[in-house]
Design a binder for this molecule. Structure first.
Ligand SMILES: [Zn+2]
Length: 250
């Protein structure tokens, strides 16, 4: 399974091929739903539609995923087996909302980290990076108005936001900075989106949740003395500093 943990799983859907994706993927293709996220979800679950996409991007809220990235979604015909597809809620002529732009950047960054998809603009089916449905012309179904010029023009901002996410994490504060095993602490800093673990010295936090790119809540593991709190992400681990220290009491 290649399912993005930060997406809401909406599959399985009938309109896809099990396996068959060609790696390395060439890139991520932006689409427009010409409708709502809920309507698109219903359509993709209808066998008669013969269409699907890997991911969906509602105007508010988090990403949805309908098709495993190991499987071929039916989104852009000749480009189906080498491109990951992202449907965006709305109509041609719409711009992405701030939250949709952020979701698209997070997905592009994750695909860069896990599948080496380039964080650059693709303008033709032979390029790699962030493309759009219309660039494929007739071979991709002739969808000349998908996703529409405003979204095509927002790709540079998506790439820039994705590049920012793919940076080493930095811990700037731990609060409270003293306590005991079992306590919850709030870790603030930056580039936490793809966090996988939090270390208190050499011991991993017993629980952690990524609240957003700049905040993690973690549960203190057993330990003693003063330790560095280190956040590890898909990109790397935070460098230690005086700002990341936690002191055990009692
Ligand atoms: Zn499309």
């Amino acid at each position: 399974m290649a399912v993005f943990q930060q997406a809401n799983w909406r599959g399985p859907v009938p309109n896809c091929n099990a396996g068959g994706m060609v790696r390395p993927f060439q890139g991520l293709v932006l689409h427009i739903e010409v409708g709502t996220e809920s309507g698109t979800d219903s359509w993709f679950h209808d066998p008669s539609s013969q269409v699907s996409a890997h991911f969906g991007n509602p105007k508010s809220g988090g990403l949805d995923q309908w098709v495993d990235t190991n499987d071929v979604a039916w989104a852009q015909v000749a480009g189906n087996s080498s491109w990951i597809s992202l449907e965006n809620e709305g109509n041609p002529g719409d711009s992405l909302t701030a939250s949709q732009l952020s979701n698209a950047a997070t997905l592009l960054a994750w695909l860069n980290l896990t599948e080496k998809i380039s964080m650059q603009l693709a303008e033709t089916p032979s390029d790699t990076g962030l493309g759009y449905h219309a660039m494929g012309g007739a071979a991709w179904g002739g969808h000349t108005s998908c996703p529409g010029q405003p979204i095509i023009d927002q790709r540079a901002a998506i790439v820039a936001a994705a590049q920012n996410l793919v940076s080493d994490p930095i811990v700037s504060a731990v609060s409270p900075a003293t306590g005991a095993a079992g306590d919850a602490v709030t870790i603030t800093g930056s580039h936490f989106t793809f966090a996988t673990s939090v270390g208190f010295g050499n011991t991993s936090a017993t629980q952690m949740s990524v609240d957003n790119d700049s905040q993690i809540t973690a549960t203190v593991p057993t330990g003693s003395g003063t330790v560095d709190v280190v956040v590890t992400t898909l990109v790397g681990s935070s460098a230690t500093s005086a700002a990341d220290q936690f002191t055990y009491t009692g």
